[in-house]
Design a protein around this ligand. Structure first.
Ligand code: ADP
Ligand code: GLC
Length: 481
């Protein structure tokens, strides 16, 4: 079984969020099942820098945005196909956003080129390799499904995975010509969305199967509160929509071998987690002797993540003797508010604004608990990393957060299954209540250590979910792995 995976980011080559973690980890898990995956992604400078020498290139004379090449090569251990177009991808800074803080004005060409190249490779192959199935991730890959379905040549089937419906890739109708899109697709039952061209909408309409990254989010997406205007399209394809929970890379995120943390530990020998706690306190200038738990946050700072609620209840968290270490970047207002909170509460609140992969590992290892108070969360990975590192998640009951954390209510405690703390609805008081419950549990040392060891033993890898994807590939293509 051969699968072409199409995505705009992939660990360890390019990352702005969880999409990259998933695209980087899934091929390895699928390989175990006999599925051969090649990842097609843009040739950002950091990606091109890792390419192996034994490459094979194929020329595209007329992609959106002009001439480009696809290079098949090994990149950081992955079988990659890199779309090489310096004009589109050789830029500094963020993948999607220019130095002025606005989306790059030619994002339709950048990701349109990726999708057009994907469709051509899917139909004609590359260096004799032709996929049985095409797997598209998020809006940046969504238009591929339209090129495949509206094209003249027989094409392999496609699967679209929605990682976040808040990002839809909407552009004015004038992009249709440079994107080489046929007029007949510009209708409500095609890629048109409220007068615009929608990349994600194209994927939702033309892909043969739709998946999203948790069962709960699959249900939520049919409701207007979560569907962001696309709930009707998703509901109309209900029979072809499936929620498949994300896993995590158990090698990259392993407290027994993680080179980014101060001391290695495991569920069987958890004592040295305390060394990481001290290192974390030192990094964030926190008082390691404060009596309450050390909470952490590793997150994009956007409204989705609900961190304004955490700011609101910060005085209560501190009154309980707890500390907070936050690593994140995003909206200027939230960045400033957290900087101010750190200045107002020295020793209790520590904040690093920026992107820091190694520090994110130390935080998972050193903190007692991780807070994820999202307003919506398709899956969420930081709570899974938290479980793996014995850092108990405090999460809102939405999307994948609800699917992955078992609330420490009385019944779950009695049954011996609790792994964290959930709250609902997503507002300040219920969050404060969950923080209170976490503080109470932390004060009971036996309970806390039972819960952390249980959390560390949860099956958070890819095994089951990779099988679910492999099953879909087989059903669609008729090929078995
Ligand atoms: P989302 O994709 O919505 O941002 P996820 O929880 O799925 O949320 O994934 C976020 C990923 O990005 C995780 O791997 C997390 O550790 C990482 N991350 C978020 N912010 C930072 C940061 N400031 N520095 C390093 N890693 C970060
Ligand atoms: C998105 C979602 C996040 C999910 C990630 C990977 O960025 O916001 O919830 O974990 O994709 O699927």
């Amino acid at each position: 079984m051969k699968v072409l995976c199409v995505a705009s980011e992939c660990v360890p080559l390019a990352k702005t969020g969880g999409l990259a973690d998933v695209v980087g980890a899934l091929p390895g898990a699928l390989a175990q099942l006999g599925v051969e995956v090649r990842v097609l992604m843009p040739g950002y400078p950091a990606v091109k820098a890792t390419l192996s020498e034994d490459t094979e290139a194929c020329e595209f004379a007329r992609l959106p945005g002009g001439r480009a090449r696809a290079i098949s090569a090994q990149a950081a251990g992955l079988d990659a196909i890199v779309l090489d177009s310096p004009r589109l991808f050789d830029r500094p800074g963020n993948l999607y956003v220019g130095p002025d803080g606005q989306d790059w004005p030619d994002n339709h060409l950048r990701y349109g080129a990726l999708c057009r190249a994907a469709a051509t490779i899917a139909v004609s192959g590359i260096g004799g390799w032709r996929p049985d199935v095409v797997h598209l991730h998020d809006w940046q890959a969504g238009l591929t499904a339209a090129y495949l379905k509206l094209g003249r040549h027989p094409a392999p089937p496609s699967v679209l995975t929605i990682h976040n419906i808040a990002f839809q890739g909407l552009f004015p109708p004038k992009v249709m010509r440079p994107l080489q899109l046929p007029e007949r697709g510009f209708r409500a039952s095609g890629f048109e969305f409220f007068g615009q061209v929608g990349f994600l909408k194209a994927g939702l309409v033309y892909a043969d199967r739709i998946t999203t990254v948790s069962p709960a989010y699959a249900r939520e997406l049919t409701r207007p509160e979560f569907g962001m205007g696309l709930e009707g399209v998703i509901a109309s394809r209900r029979a072809e929509v499936q929620g498949i929970l994300n896993g995590i890379d158990l090698d990259l995120w392993n407290p027994e071998s993680d080179a980014n943390i101060a001391a290695r530990y495991s569920a069987e020998a958890p004592a040295r987690k305390a060394v990481n706690r001290l290192a974390l306190a030192r990094s964030f200038n926190l008082d390691a002797d404060a009596p309450g738990p050390m909470f952490c946050v590793v997150s994009r700072l956007t409204r989705q993540k609900g961190l304004d609620l955490l700011l609101e209840i910060l005085p209560r968290l501190i009154a309980r003797g707890a500390c907070l270490a936050l690593l994140g970047s995003g909206d200027a207002d939230l960045e400033n508010a957290f900087r101010t909170a750190a200045a107002d509460h020295p020793g209790r609140v520590g904040v690093v604004i920026g992107w820091d992969e190694p520090l994110s590992h130390l935080m998972q290892a050193g903190a007692d608990a991780i807070v994820v108070p999202s307003r919506f969360e398709p899956c969420g990975l930081t709570q899974l990393y938290g479980l793996r590192y014995g850092t108990l998640p405090v999460v809102s009951r939405t999307g994948g957060l609800g699917d992955t954390v078992i609330d420490a209510n009385e019944a779950a405690l009695r049954a011996g299954v609790a792994t964290g703390f959930q709250f609902s609805p997503v507002s300040a008081l219920p969050l404060a209540d969950a923080i209170d419950r976490a503080c109470d549990a932390f004060a009971d040392k036996r309970l806390w250590s039972t819960m952390t060891c249980r959390a560390m033993r949860q099956p958070v890898g890819w095994a089951a979910s990779a099988e679910a994807y492999a099953r879909i590939y087989s059903e669609l293509s008729g090929v078995t792995a």
